[in-house]
Design a protein. Structure first.
Length: 623
C-alpha cells in the first residue's frame, strides 16, 4: 500500500535551496549518485564479513547506468547494501541524515585495514538529482533471504510516496525522470565525459550498455566499463613505472613533454593523504596567458571533488600539477567547497616541502634539466619572497643568476657568490636591467670591475619586487649597485673638500632635476651617473611602472654622482674655481645629467636642449 509522507524536518524551501543553490554545476548529480552507489557496495562487502548471507551469491560488484530515451530516464543501479523501508524513510525523508555517517560512527573501533572506503559524509548528495530531474524514483532492497523491496518517489516539492515493491536483486536503483532541458544527460558521450571527469578512479566498475556494430548492418548491445579504476597515486611508487607516471601526467595536463620531476608519497600522522606531484620540464602554456591560478586536484576516496584546490598550493608553485587524495578533510554539504580547517595547512606544508626538496634535488643531481626548467619558471619561484616567509631561504637556494663573472648563458647561485666574495666585501651586489648586454655596459659596474668584485645581473621584471623583499641571504645584505652610497673604506676624503664649492652650486642649479649632487665611489671611467637613494625607486623600476601605466608623476628625484677623477669633472671644478658665475658651468652640468640619463637607459627630459649643448661643444672643438 502506497503512503504519502512529508519530509520530516525539511521544508519545501530548504529542498529548493539544496537543489538550486548548493551546487554550482548540474553535472555534479551523477558524481554524487555514483559515489553513493560505491559506498553501498563497500558497506555490504564489509558487513558480509560477519554475515555472508547478505551476499546472496552475488559478488559481481558494479555500478550500472541505464538510459531510456523513450521514457526520458537515467537510472543508476548498484548491488550494494540496499535499504529497508524504514531506512528509506530515515535516509531519504530527512535531509542530512545519512546512513554513511552513522555507519562510519559504527566502525570507528574497527582496524584500519578492515574499514571500507566511504565517500559520502552528509547525505544530501542524493538531492542533487532534483537539479536535473522533475521526479526521482528509488527502488531498493537490502541483502539477505526474505527481505522485501521498497519504492520511494518524489518530485522534490516537499512530499514523497513510499510503498512495498518487488525487487529480485539486492541493491538500489535510482531512476531520474529528466527535465526537458536536461536531456543531454541521456547522451552516451555526455555520460562518458562526466564519469571520466569525476569518477574515473572509483574502485568498482561503472558500466553501461553500449550499441556496437560488429558486421555491416549488424549491431550488438554490449556492457562496457566506463571508468579506468586505476588510481595511480594509490599504488606503491615501487610498483609504478616511469612511463606510467608520464602517461598520467600528459593525460592530466595535455603537455607533450615528460615531467622533469615526480614526487609520489603518503602523508601520515594526524592527517593522512596520498600525494602525486609533477614538476613540468618547461613553462606550461596555461601560464603564458590568462589569469594565473594555482591548485591541485583533490580527490576524496578516488572521487574528484575539486579540479583546482587552491588551498593546497601557494601561488608561487602554480606550475606544479598533481593529485591529493584524502578522506580526512571536512567538506561542506555540496562537496564542492572545502571548509577552512588546519588539516589544509598541514597538507599544503607537506606539499611545499616536497616540491622544494624535489627542486633542490633536481638542481643538485640533474643541473642541465634544472636550468632548462628555471629559464621558464624561475621568475615565478621568486614570488615566494613576498608570500612565504617560512621558506624564503629554501627558495633563495633554488635561484640561478647571471653575473659579471659568469659567461653569458651560465649561472651562479647565492651560495656560490658568497663563497667567492673577497674578505673585505660585506654585501651581495646586484643590478637590475632589461638585458644582460645593457647591464654589462652600465657605469654602475665600473668600481666593481676595478675591484674584481662580482655583481648579480638580474633581468626578470619581478626582480624589482622580489629581491628587495628577500632583503638578505644568510646574513649578507642584498645591495643594489645603483641605489644608495657604496661602502668604500679606501675612499679619500680630500676630493670632497676640493669639490665642495662646485657641488653646492650644482645642487642649487639642478634642484629641479635631482635631489642631491655628490662625488661617486662607483665610477672609474664615466664622468657621471644617476643613482636612487637607499630605499627609493630606481630608474629601471620607474620605467617598469611607466610601462604598466603607473609611472610618471610623483617619481622621486635621483642623485647625480660625479667622478672626481674624470677629466671633464676636474675641468668643471677648475672652471668654477676661476669664475663661479660662469654660465657655462650650469650648461655643462645639465649635459652631464643628460648623459647619465642616457647611460642608465632613460630618456632625457629635453632632447632639443641636449642636442643644442652637444652642437655647441662641437663648434668650439672644430673652430
Amino acid at each position: 500500500m502506497s503512503e504519502k509522507l512529508e519530509f520530516k524536518a525539511e521544508l519545501k524551501q530548504l529542498l529548493h535551496l539544496i537543489t538550486h543553490s548548493l551546487y554550482s554545476n548540474p553535472e555534479i548529480f551523477l558524481r554524487e549518485l555514483i559515489s553513493n552507489a560505491s559506498d553501498a557496495v563497500n558497506k555490504i562487502k564489509f558487513d558480509s564479513l560477519s554475515r555472508e548471507d547478505l551476499l546472496e551469491n552475488d559478488k559481481d560488484w558494479k555500478i550500472k547506468l541505464t538510459v531510456n530515451k523513450t521514457a526520458n530516464t537515467l537510472t543508476v543501479s548498484d548491488n550494494g547494501i540496499g535499504m529497508t523501508q524504514q531506512e528509506v524513510i530515515d535516509n531519504l525523508g530527512t535531509i542530512a541524515r545519512s546512513g554513511t555517517k552513522a555507519f562510519l560512527d559504527a566502525i570507528k573501533a574497527q582496524a584500519a585495514d578492515n574499514r571500507p572506503d566511504l565517500i559520502g559524509q552528509f547525505g544530501v548528495g542524493f538531492y542533487s538529482s532534483f537539479m536535473v530531474a522533475d521526479k526521482v524514483t528509488v527502488l531498493t532492497r537490502p541483502g539477505g533471504v526474505g527481505t522485501k523491496g521498497t519504492r520511494w518517489e518524489s518530485d522534490g516539492q516537499g512530499e514523497f510516496t513510499i510503498e512495498p515493491a518487488e525487487k529480485p536483486r539486492r541493491g538500489t536503483d535510482v531512476t531520474l525522470h529528466l527535465k526537458p532541458e536536461c536531456k543531454e544527460y541521456l547522451d552516451e558521450w555526455r555520460i562518458r565525459q562526466i564519469v571520466k571527469k569525476f569518477s574515473d578512479f572509483i574502485e568498482h566498475p561503472i558500466v553501461m550498455d553500449v550499441e556496437k556494430e560488429e558486421k555491416e548492418g549488424e549491431k550488438k548491445i554490449e556492457e562496457e566499463t566506463l571508468n579506468s579504476r586505476k588510481a595511480i597515486w594509490l599504488r606503491h611508487k615501487n610498483e609504478v613505472k616511469p612511463e606510467e607516471y608520464s602517461e598520467f601526467y600528459k593525460q592530466m595536463t595535455h603537455d607533450d613533454a615528460d615531467p622533469v620531476r615526480v614526487m609520489h608519497y603518503t602523508g601520515e600522522g594526524a592527517t593522512e593523504f596520498k600525494a602525486l606531484l609533477f614538476i613540468p620540464a618547461h613553462k606550461p602554456m596555461e601560464l603564458e596567458w590568462g589569469e594565473p591560478k594555482a591548485g591541485l586536484r583533490l580527490y576524496i576516496q578516488r572521487v574528484l571533488i575539486m579540479e583546482r584546490c587552491e588551498q593546497l598550493l601557494p601561488m608561487y608553485l602554480r606550475f606544479v600539477h598533481g593529485v591529493i587524495d584524502s578522506s580526512d578533510l571536512p567538506l561542506n554539504v555540496s562537496r564542492e567547497i572545502l571548509q577552512h580547517n588546519p588539516q589544509l595547512a598541514t597538507i599544503q606544508k607537506s606539499v611545499v616541502k616536497n616540491v622544494l626538496d624535489g627542486l633542490a634535488a633536481l638542481k643538485n643531481t640533474e643541473y642541465e634539466k634544472y636550468t632548462a626548467f628555471y629559464r621558464g619558471l624561475g621568475p615565478i619561484l621568486k614570488e615566494a619572497f613576498h608570500h612565504d616567509w617560512q621558506n624564503r631561504e629554501k627558495v633563495a637556494d633554488l635561484l640561478l643568476f647571471e653575473s659579471l663573472k659568469t659567461p653569458k648563458g651560465d649561472f651562479t647561485t647565492f651560495s656560490r657568490y658568497v663563497e667567492n666574495m673577497p674578505a673585505d666585501q660585506k654585501d651581495i651586489y646586484f643590478l637590475i636591467g632589461e638585458t644582460r648586454e645593457q647591464i654589462e655596459h652600465s657605469p654602475y659596474l665600473e668600481a666593481f670591475k676595478a675591484k674584481n668584485q662580482d655583481v648579480l645581473l638580474l633581468t626578470d621584471p619581478i626582480d624589482e619586487f622580489a629581491i628587495p623583499s628577500l632583503g638578505a641571504y644568510k646574513g649578507k645584505k642584498l645591495q643594489a649597485a645603483d641605489r644608495g652610497e657604496l661602502d668604500d673604506a679606501k675612499a679619500d676624503d680630500k676630493p670632497a673638500e676640493e669639490f665642495k664649492a662646485l657641488l653646492d652650486l650644482l645642487k642649487n642649479k639642478l634642484s629641479d632635476e635631482v635631489s642631491d649632487v655628490r662625488l661617486s665611489k662607483r665610477l672609474t671611467d664615466s664622468a657621471a651617473c644617476l643613482v636612487a637613494d637607499a630605499g627609493a625607486m630606481t630608474a629601471h623600476f620607474e620605467r617598469l611602472m611607466q610601462r604598466m601605466g603607473r609611472g610618471g608623476e610623483g617619481a622621486p628625484k635621483r642623485v647625480l654622482e660625479l667622478n672626481p677623477m674624470h677629466p671633464a669633472i676636474v675641468a668643471l671644478r677648475d672652471l668654477h674655481a676661476k669664475n663661479p658665475d660662469d654660465l657655462r658651468i650650469e650648461g655643462y652640468a645639465r649635459l652631464l645629467l643628460d648623459q647619465a640619463a642616457i647611460a642608465e637607459g632613460s630618456k632625457v627630459k629635453d632632447p632639443a636642449a641636449f642636442a643644442r649643448r652637444v652642437n655647441e661643444l662641437l663648434v668650439k672643438d672644430l673652430a
